[in-house]
Design a protein around this ligand. Structure first.
Ligand code: 3PG
Length: 228
């Protein structure tokens, strides 16, 4: 039975500092490293071992994957990296402190920017110090200036359908190491969650989520590997 493992990267430096991160490339904290290793140990202990790996272009997700694979004894696995699995682009909010932004714009506005389905944050100004546009890893890619969850879904789902799903359907156990909102996009699709209800779904860092697929590639209920 094909199995999908979703893992959000361990705590990042800007998770710790409570800053909007998006496409900015921050590293894991020590706690994040431990979370990633614990995810790998859990996979090993439960005997749920990936055979094919996907991750984003972002250090926090790549390192989480590598640390988890190392703990699971699977650092040798093939890994495909793609920008479509990146975090949602946080636009002009990138780099700002989430609490300071609430103090300035109010709780309601910040909640809309963070959790509304289709209202993107204000766009990133050209030349912003947090603009990843000139980063060589994004050469040839039309880097967004901001993204809502809806816009994130519009680049995650085609990648899921065309690249990841066929690999899963061939019988592999696939792990995707990604981000709060790129994974929210996938979970929304796989668990058939409405535009309204998806706003309430929080994906914890470093905690593997599992979907078992039947022979028709219909996903079952998602569950946390720690509860299996
Ligand atoms: O990009 C970020 O700041 C986080 O990874 C996710 O942020 P959120 O919880 O505000 O969606």
């Amino acid at each position: 039975m094909p199995k999908l493992i979703l893992v959000r990267h361990g705590q990042s430096q800007w998770n710790l500092e409570n800053r909007f991160t998006g496409w900015w490339d921050v590293d894991l904290t020590e706690k994040g490293v431990e979370e990633a290793k614990a995810a790998g140990r859990l996979m090993k202990d439960k005997g749920v071992l990936p055979t094919v790996c996907f991750t984003s272009f972002q250090t926090r997700a790549i390192k989480t994957l590598n640390l988890a694979l190392e703990e699971a004894g699977r650092l040798w696995l093939p890994v495909t990296k793609d920008w479509r699995l990146n975090e949602r682009h946080y636009g002009g909010l990138t780099g700002l402190n989430k609490q300071e932004t609430r103090d300035k714009h109010g709780d309601e506005q910040v909640h809309i920017w963070r959790r509304s389905f289709d209202t993107p944050p204000p766009p990133m100004e050209p030349g912003s110090e947090y603009d990843p546009g000139a980063d060589p890893r994004y050469e040839g890619i039309d880097v967004p200036h901001t993204e809502s969850l809806k816009l994130t879904i519009e680049r995650v789902l085609p990648y899921w359908e065309s690249v990841i799903l066929p690999v899963l359907a061939s019988g592999e156990t696939v792990i995707i190491s990604a981000h709060g909102n790129s994974l929210r996009a996938l979970v929304k699709h796989l668990s058939n969650i409405s535009d309204e209800d998806i706003t309430g779904l929080e994906i914890p860092t470093g905690q593997p989520i599992i979907y078992d697929f039947d022979d028709d590639m219909v996903p079952g209920e998602r569950y946390y590997l720690k509860d299996a």
